[in-house]
Design a protein around this ligand. Structure first.
Ligand code: SAJ
Length: 422
């Protein structure tokens, strides 16, 4: 059992808020801290400022019970969990400024003996850097050496966060063994998975490696999709067949890799070891090049339509989210592709279909040729169909597109088998 009764969770985003709510659900007194006053007001009112299944119930219940509160100011607490963003800069190096300012904001509230956990995905050495920032602010506590620092990366999948927080195994890396053990006890209050202890740098690297593994595997699939297009082979069937081998598990090609993690975290490894991280860098480049390849595929078909009809084609773009069955359009390759098509086929009309949103994202509102449309209607009006997200809703629309040129980047419709030659 943890002896910690009051936790401050700094950063009420996709990870911080669920973590705050689940700790509060298990009886700890939790203060969620965020620089955004609107986020704080939403949580105080028992509501959630973004979509995540089940999170709303946890927040409203714990706020009503009084175990979860929110503030723009960091309070004194026995443990602090820092879950702020770690974006990368233009030169692809990690930006630790949010972590450092969280450290500076919490330093004055310390009195000695507290546990400070970094949850933000971070390059190796970031937890030690956070410790350094805090110790510089509080030289009085630095010498006594009894502040405890640990890194506990999250690995929950957006859309299943509340379940995965409880069920997933958890890596806990301490700057000292004592810190790792204290952090492990805190996570045991709600985590039913195995809790594995290590040092802070290994924990930081573990998280980066997990996402890089997936990125490299997806890059392999994306490279295969380009090769197969050249060779006239159905890549979906190819991967399905190869995956019947007991030791082969190739992921799926797509229009590129989106989201806030897999397309970002590998760069932290590249930045930390630029000479040696050759495969990891190359995978990022392959995945980042895929949207441009998709645009070229659509443009080739647009040229054919223009040649045969004498008018610019209407394009139906199916899906804008960064992956299937979610409403999150941020860092989405589908949005980047529609944006590029709108620029490069400026006389064409582009009918963007995204059943999970009711308005276009800001990146697309500036293009007069792009409008949000219903799936069936868009396909019926289109000369070319480009499938960008494999939302379940789109599976049934294959027939409507039967007679049209289709660029299926996800294989939702193209997963048919080739027939053997007789
Ligand atoms: N994608 C493909 N082909 C695939 C699988 C995914 O093109 O076979 C694309 C998706 O369409 C999407 C992108 O990759 O654009 C990322 O989607 P994802 O489902 O692979 O991952 P995220 O970003 O939603 O969540 C990942 C997860 N990491 C791993 O599975 C190793 C999650 O467990 C992490 O907690 C999360 O990153 C994070 O926060 O780091």
């Amino acid at each position: 059992m943890t002896s910690i009764a009051h936790v401050a969770v700094i950063g009420l985003g996709y990870i911080g808020l669920p973590t705050a709510a689940i700790l509060a659900e298990h009886g700890l007194q939790v203060t969620g801290v965020d620089v955004n006053a609107q986020t704080v007001a939403a949580v105080r009112a028992g509501t959630v400022p973004f979509v995540e299944p089940e999170l709303g119930e946890y927040v409203s219940r714990t706020v009503a019970r009084g175990t979860l509160t929110a503030s723009t100011q960091t309070p004194s607490a026995e443990a602090y969990i820092v879950a702020v963003p770690t974006p990368f800069r233009e030169d692809l190096s990690p930006d630790l400024s949010f972590i450092e300012s969280a450290g500076r904001a919490l330093a004055p509230t310390l009195s000695g003996g507290e546990l400070v956990i970094l949850e933000s995905t971070s390059p190796p050495g970031a937890t030690e850097r956070l410790a350094q920032v805090i110790q510089q602010e509080r030289p009085d506590l630095a010498t006594s050496g009894d502040l405890k620092f640990a890194h506990c990366p999250e690995r929950v999948l957006p859309g299943s966060v509340m379940r995965e927080l409880v069920e997933n195994d958890r890596i806990v890396g301490g700057v000292t063994t004592e810190a790792a053990e204290a952090a492990a006890e805190l996570y045991r209050t709600f985590c039913r998975g195995e809790i594995l202890l290590t040092d802070a740098r290994t924990a930081e690297m573990t998280k980066l490696v997990e996402n890089s593994f997936r990125d490299v595997n997806i890059a392999f699939a994306n490279e295969l999709s380009v090769i197969c297009a050249e060779l006239g082979i159905n890549v979906w069937e190819l991967i399905e067949l190869a995956n019947h081998h007991p030791r082969v598990n190739i992921l799926q090609p797509g229009p590129g890799v989106g989201g806030h993690c897999i397309a970002v975290d590998p760069w932290f490894i590249v930045d930390a070891a630029p000479e040696s991280a050759r495969l990891i860098r190359s995978a990022r480049q392959v995945n980042d090049a895929k949207p441009g390849w998709v645009v070229d595929q659509v443009k080739a078909r647009a040229y054919d339509v223009l040649q045969s009809t004498g008018r610019p084609p209407v394009v139906a773009a199916l899906g804008l989210a960064f992956k299937k069955n979610i409403d999150d359009l941020r860092e989405s390759p589908a949005v980047a592709i529609v944006d590029a098509l709108a620029r490069q086929l400026s006389d064409s009309q582009i009918l963007a279909v995204e059943p999970h949103v009711d308005r276009l994202p800001p990146a697309l509102t500036g293009h007069p040729g792009v409008t949000l449309a219903d799936g069936r209607d868009a396909i019926e009006r289109a000369d070319i169909v480009v499938m960008l997200v494999d939302h379940d809703d789109f599976a049934a629309l294959q027939e409507v597109a039967a007679s049209k040129p289709v660029v299926d980047t996800r294989g939702l419709w193209a997963k048919r088998q080739s027939s053997p030659r007789s």
